[in-house]
Design a protein around this ligand. Sequence first.
Ligand code: KG4
Ligand code: ZN
Length: 352
Amino acid sequence: MTQGRLCVLGIETSCDETAVALVDGNGRILAERVASQTVEHAPYGGVVPEIAARAHVQHLDSLIAEVVGEAGVPLSDIDAVAATAGPGLIGGLLVGLSTAKAIAVALAKPLIAVNHLEGHALSARLVAEAPFPFLLLLISGGHCQLQLVTGVGRYRRLGTTIDDAAGEAFDKTAILLGLGYPGGPAIERAARDGDPTAHALPRPMRGRDGADFSFSGLKTAVRHLRERVPDSRVEDVAAGFQAAVIDVLVDRTRNALAMARAEAPALGHLVVAGGVAANQAIGGALADLAAGEGLDLVVPPPRLCTDNGVMIAWAGIERLRLGLTDGLDAPARARWPLDPDATPAPFAGIKA
Ligand code: KG4
Ligand code: ZN
């Protein structure tokens, strides 16, 4: 196919979503499927790696067949196959990557081993103008990072969480408040009817140098508050928690921006990705920050913020254009930092 009409199959199996998509070089989504395993994991209160891997095995082949069928593009017509190779749960990664390798061998197509975090980072460029360099705030259930992105495969980590990820904090706090899983949407809903000033909650790391995050103290503060004031309104606590998260995210992003600008003065865009980016209140606060700083804000739509196959296919297209393909010996990697020079965080979650 010609450059503009490149067509890449994307496969995502790093956590609890089996996702497949066919995307073309113009950013057109020809077909996509996301099979969530929330129901399978719900009885255990979290993702069980073995159950996840098994579910990926069960669903992946038929999802690929459905996507190819709906798009009307035979596999023999695709230009490359891209799969998430890390970071994530190793069993699931092996399912997706092995399947991609089998397709690549059988059809003599290039393989692209995609970093899941790069998938999140580049998804912004599928939906909007987001020229390099840009500042990336990645906020999901497993990651909370600020990265200076200067090109495909070119990242400098400016900040990360030293304990929980932002989404993890939402999920754990929601459990404390009896709001169920996933916690983010439930807290956002409850917070709409709450008074964020009803209770004083901490803003961990706010005002400190650098751009690192910490959320576990905030979650603990919510637990203590509920113990101390058992009749506190769930809505008020949810609103207070969300307001604290927002203050921290804005403060850390502002610091990261100053760090990024010192290295890349031409930086003109702030990209926010990951499941937590679906939160309207967080989006609003980051929009205000971006406006004040003279930046264009890009937040992909929620279905592209949560884990999906489209972002993997699109990262595949960006890599294929640059000739960045991988050999059949490309490993699945449970840990795979975007910035190889970044020192590991004290606690590094495995979800993405
Ligand atoms: O990126 P994602 O789908 O999965 C990974 O973690 O890889 O993100 C899921 C996370 C969950 O922690 C969920 O609670 C959070 O995103 N989330 C939200 C919202 N929607 C999803 N957090 C805050 N507000 C939301 N509206
Ligand atoms: Zn993710």
